[in-house]
Design a protein around this ligand. Structure first.
Ligand code: GLU
Length: 486
């Protein structure tokens, strides 16, 4: 293993968002490309908002995407534990060290006082910065206030002058003026560390070489650099990945539709389609091909070549990519993944037999090229699984409302009934003969047959439909449809 160590550090306050998944995948690609380690750390110090079910969802979603981690929950590693809530002693130790070295201090300012400051800053139209009131409290005074159990926090004594520079691997050099950053809180009044502190401590303790994360954290980076400097450690390098925007150019959120990996999975997107698309949103291999496997991405990945501008989430493109992978997927695997979608609509039973499985496989073989997500499958293929399928409005209007349909179906019935069994050749030949013998266009035969068998005007190739259904069902359905009057 090289010394490259990266981490994905989700807060379990919701399901894994596609933005988070993208960050995880980019970290993973970077680690795999450089033969380094990919670490999964759970940032769960916010006990009010963190939930076990979200941890489970995040782990499951990553596993489903094929993003495996070398250290972290379920895997262990040299730097256990990987849940921040189990690392509180370490944070305490580092806070005490900062306090002893005079790099941090106790602050007893009340919420009312701070609120007054915020309001005054607002009136002046300037951002509120903590004025440093408690910076120089005498030790004896601190002791006294603490003995009186007054609520207090710990703040970093941050530099008042100078600059903090982030050499970002994606955005280039980003400079922050220290006078714009105040003495921020590192230990909250409830005794828990803030995100910035816990993250900075863990990144150095876990020997993280590169922090690759969402751009929204860029403003935290100078604070984390100050903390690492104050603690006397060497900082990792940083790379901030542009955010994912919705088509209306606001941050992709619930109101735009599906946002979590789980939602996309439930809507019939394949893992390889989602990973391909999420990577493509900010990077492409040197040949600029849009469709690529993760193996290929690992081979060519370069963090410095990740795009600098925000990418707009384009569901149409994702659907196009998904259609590609549905066509390419191993048929047995696709069958397994598709079954729940059919079960959901009651098309195959929950306890599926191997015969029914084979039927799903056969149906997929002839229809997968027509779908962009597995969610579309039941609607497209219902008639293969039930006699009780619906007749679409347009089939009723365009086919069954016509005088000649019933007669034409009768002709087809007779012709097919005379065949021993159905084959692509004899189906084609029968239709051709019927058209010639009766001087009617081929479409006046084909359309009513398709509509009679499937209730729709579009779908898999008619030959395939007929052969899969078999002669008996084909004749039964044609017979039934003959009498369908609208
Ligand atoms: N827990 C933070 C989040 O989920 C992690 C940010 C970071 O990577 O430092 O946004």
């Amino acid at each position: 293993m090289s010394s490259i160590r990266v981490r994905f550090a989700p807060s379990p306050t919701g399901e894994l968002h596609v933005g988070g998944a993208r960050t995880a995948i980019l970290n993973w690609l970077f680690a795999r490309k450089n033969k380094g380690a990919f670490i999964l750390r759970v940032d769960d110090t916010d006990s009010d908002r963190s939930e076990r079910k979200f941890v489970d969802n995040i782990l499951e979603s990553l596993e489903w995407l094929g993003i495996d981690w070398d250290e972290g929950p379920g895997r262990g590693g040299e730097y256990v534990p990987y849940y921040q809530s189990e690392r509180l002693d370490l944070y305490k130790k580092e806070i005490n060290r900062l306090l002893e070295n005079g790099r941090a201090y106790w602050c007893f300012c009340t919420e009312e006082e701070l609120q007054e400051g915020r309001e005054e800053a607002k009136r002046k139209g300037i951002p509120f910065l903590y004025p440093g009131k408690c910076r120089n409290l005498e030790n004896s005074r601190v002791k006294e206030l603490k003995e009186n159990n007054l609520p207090c926090v710990v703040r970093l004594m941050s530099p008042e002058e100078g600059k903090t520079t982030v050499e970002d691997q994606i955005k280039g050099e980003v400079v922050f003026e220290n006078r714009h950053l105040d003495d921020f809180i590192i230990l909250k009044s409830n005794g828990l560390p803030t995100y910035n502190f816990a993250s900075a401590v863990d990144d150095v303790y876990m020997q993280i070489s590169h922090v690759i994360r969402a751009e929204e954290h860029l403003s935290n980076t100078p604070r984390q650099l100050m903390l690492i400097e104050a603690m006397g450690y060497r900082p990792p390098l940083f790379a901030h990945v542009p955010v994912i925007l919705a088509p209306d150019k606001t941050k992709l959120s619930k109101r735009h539709g599906a946002t979590s990996v789980e939602e996309f999975r439930a809507r019939g997107f394949l893992a390889e389609a989602l990973t391909n698309y999420l990577v493509l949103m900010g990077w492409a291999p040197p040949d600029d091909e849009e469709l690529f496997t993760m193996d290929k991405a690992v081979m060519h990945f370069d963090i410095n070549k990740v795009g600098k501008t925000a990418a707009v989430f384009d569901e149409k493109k994702l659907a196009w990519i998904n259609g590609h992978y549905i066509r390419e997927a191993d048929l047995d695997r696709l069958t397994e993944i598709s079954i729940p979608f059919l079960q959901n609509k009651g098309m195959v039973p929950d306890e599926i037999t191997s015969q029914e499985k084979d039927m799903v496989k056969t149906v997929l073989e002839v229809s997968r090229e027509r779908i962009k997500s597995l969610e579309e499958l039941p609607e497209l293929c219902d008639f293969f699984f039930t006699e009780d399928f619906a007749f679409h409005e347009d089939a009723l209007k365009k086919v069954f409302s016509r005088e000649e349909t019933s007669g034409n179906l009768e002709l087809v019935y007779k012709k097919l009934a005379s065949l021993e069994e159905l084959s692509p050749e004899n189906i084609q030949a029968s239709f051709k003969e019927l058209s010639e013998e009766n001087n009617i266009s081929l479409s006046k035969i084909v359309k009513p047959v398709r509509a009679a068998l499937s209730g729709k005007l579009m779908g898999p190739e008619l030959n395939n439909i007929m052969i899969i259904l078999g002669k008996e069902k084909v004749l039964e359905r044609i017979e039934k449809a003959k009498n369908l009057k609208t």
